[in-house]
Design a binder for this molecule. Structure first.
Ligand SMILES: *[C@@H]1O[C@H](CO)[C@@H](O)[C@H](O)[C@H]1NC(C)=O
Ligand SMILES: *[C@@H]1O[C@H](CO)[C@@H](O)[C@H](O)[C@H]1NC(C)=O
Ligand SMILES: *[C@@H]1O[C@H](CO)[C@@H](O)[C@H](O)[C@H]1NC(C)=O
Ligand SMILES: *[C@@H]1O[C@H](CO)[C@@H](O)[C@H](O)[C@H]1NC(C)=O
Ligand SMILES: [Zn+2]
Length: 428
């Protein structure tokens, strides 16, 4: 009986992730600017999939295909770059992740709780059901907006939360999105947790009195679904209309698709690449939704944050070459306030946040990112937050789901600090 249960579970669970069999994941730690620069080229040459960018004195994590592993490690050794194996078989590690997720699900159900978008890594339907439910339960404060469907026809949905129905134009707007990169599963829960804290478990009522909020947990629903059904490490959208080869290589990197120095650096012209910028700026309906929100409320958005993982970093413009914007003093001040507030509630297992210009921190240029676009059109404070994920003590690819609530609640403290300081700086 027991054997058959295990066998049956395994045929469901263990048949997954086969495309990652014999892939390996490596931690790499550059110890100098020279090594950091060398790593950029090595990662490209050996077709590494970068899950967490290595930065100076902070390990990054990359996936390497079986046929590239020997060349990759040989090259690192030649350059004297430190590395260690994170997982010798990525499929096995992903199977372990799934077991933890299943266990968390059982634990939640045993407690008689209904499934919530921030109590585990949840499928798109649970997140969308939560948004609808919140809008129905708090009609005086919350409006559900479904401006468009994704390429594959899933609704892209966000909540507007306001005590004055967005009519008081003297209030600043705070806009937070998540899930543009499909595989970064820890990002959407931090956005739905913010919803929870604004209307269900209100401990900072002034944040709703003083600000209007826009919260968009899953910018890229097609990609998000695909990470559950087909490929855990899918990053892009799922469009197939960009280029003739998009049929075999679907999708665009949403965070290279914005109209900021589009496709000039940090992108790849092949639709098969993970950093493909698309056929033109805003080729993707998913990024157009974010663009339209930014423009609709442009004169009122003081703070825009896009949630990503991993890396424990708070990054601000400009990402293309490390030039600082004329608002860099405030950008750094508010970024540091967020990091300090998070740190005060964080766990010692998580790395401390690094705050800085995106290019200078990661040593790698990007163009077409939403943080830069929003700032370029006039939003004074814009950030990419790379949430904590893998630290020294984590083996899998998704932070153990029992830590999701910790990440959500400490990140919320960052939002609170960021909002308050943004209010002081930008409300006349
Ligand atoms: C507030 O805005 C809504 C639409 O956003 C409008 O229907 C309503 O009449 C406005 N109320 C006031 C008091 O201006
Ligand atoms: C919010 O959640 C905390 C922790 O679960 C709880 O102690 C507190 O009573 C809740 N507060 C409100 C206002 O719901
Ligand atoms: C950085 O990029 C911007 C935009 O292309 C350009 O105007 C500027 O001169 C560059 N600065 C440096 C130091 O390269
Ligand atoms: C700051 O730069 C923006 C463009 O990024 C420009 O629109 C604005 O006028 C500049 N402000 C000052 C005070 O120079
Ligand atoms: Zn990302």
């Amino acid at each position: 009986m027991k054997f058959w249960t295990v066998f049956f579970l395994c045929t469901i669970v263990c048949a997954k992730h086969e495309q990652y069999m014999r892939w390996r994941s490596y931690y790499i730690s550059p110890n100098s600017q020279d090594q950091l620069r060398a790593i950029g080229a090595i990662l490209q040459d050996f077709e590494a999939d970068v899950l967490s960018r290595p930065i100076l004195k902070r390990e990054g994590l990359v996936l390497i295909k079986p046929e590239q592993q020997d060349g990759f490690t040989k090259m690192l050794e030649e350059k004297g770059i430190e590395y260690r194996i994170h997982s010798a078989d990525v499929k096995t590690a992903l199977d372990k992740d799934d077991i933890l997720i299943q266990a968390k699900k059982k634990e939640n159900l045993a407690r008689g709780k209904k499934e919530l978008p921030y109590d585990n890594y949840q499928e798109l339907e649970i997140i969308n059901t939560y948004l609808v439910d919140i809008a129905n339960r708090y009609p005086d404060k919350v409006t559900l907006v479904s401006p468009a469907n994704s390429f594959e026809g899933h609704p892209i949905q966000y909540l507007k939360i306001s005590t004055t129905n967005f009519n008081d134009t003297s209030k600043p707007v705070i806009f937070i999105d998540g899930g543009i990169h499909a595989r970064e599963w820890i990002a959407p829960p931090t956005v739905t947790w913010a919803i929870h804290k604004l209307v269900e478990n209100v401990t900072e009522p002034e944040l709703l009195d003083d600000f209007d909020w826009i919260l968009l947990p899953v910018v890229n629903p097609d990609g998000y679904k695909y990470t559950f059904t087909n490929a855990r490490f899918w990053r892009k959208t799922r469009s197939i209309n960009q280029d003739p080869s998009s049929i075999t290589c679907p999708g665009v990197d949403g965070n290279r698709n914005y109209d900021f120095l589009w496709n000039t650096v940090g992108t790849d012209n092949s639709p098969c690449a993970d950093t493909y910028a698309g056929s033109e700026p805003f080729s993707e309906v998913e990024t157009r939704v974010v663009r339209d929100i930014l423009h609709e409320h442009l004169n009122r958005i003081t703070l825009y944050i896009t949630m990503h993982s991993y890396g424990s970093m708070i990054l601000y413009p400009w990402g293309n070459n490390g030039t600082l914007s004329n608002n860099s003093v405030d950008l750094h001040r508010v970024g540091s306030a967020m990091a300090d507030a998070i740190h005060a509630k964080s766990l010692s297992e998580f790395p401390e946040y690094v705050v800085g210009n995106s290019f200078l921190v990661i040593g790698y240029a990007t163009a077409g990112a939403s943080e830069d676009y929003a700032h370029s059109i006039g939003v004074p404070l814009t950030y990419t937050i790379e949430l904590p994920g893998l630290g020294m003590s984590f083996e899998g690819f998704n932070l153990d789901p029992s830590y999701i609530e910790q990440v959500c609640s400490e990140t919320w403290e960052g939002f609170v600090a960021g909002a308050k300081l943004a209010g002081e700086l930008y409300v006349k």
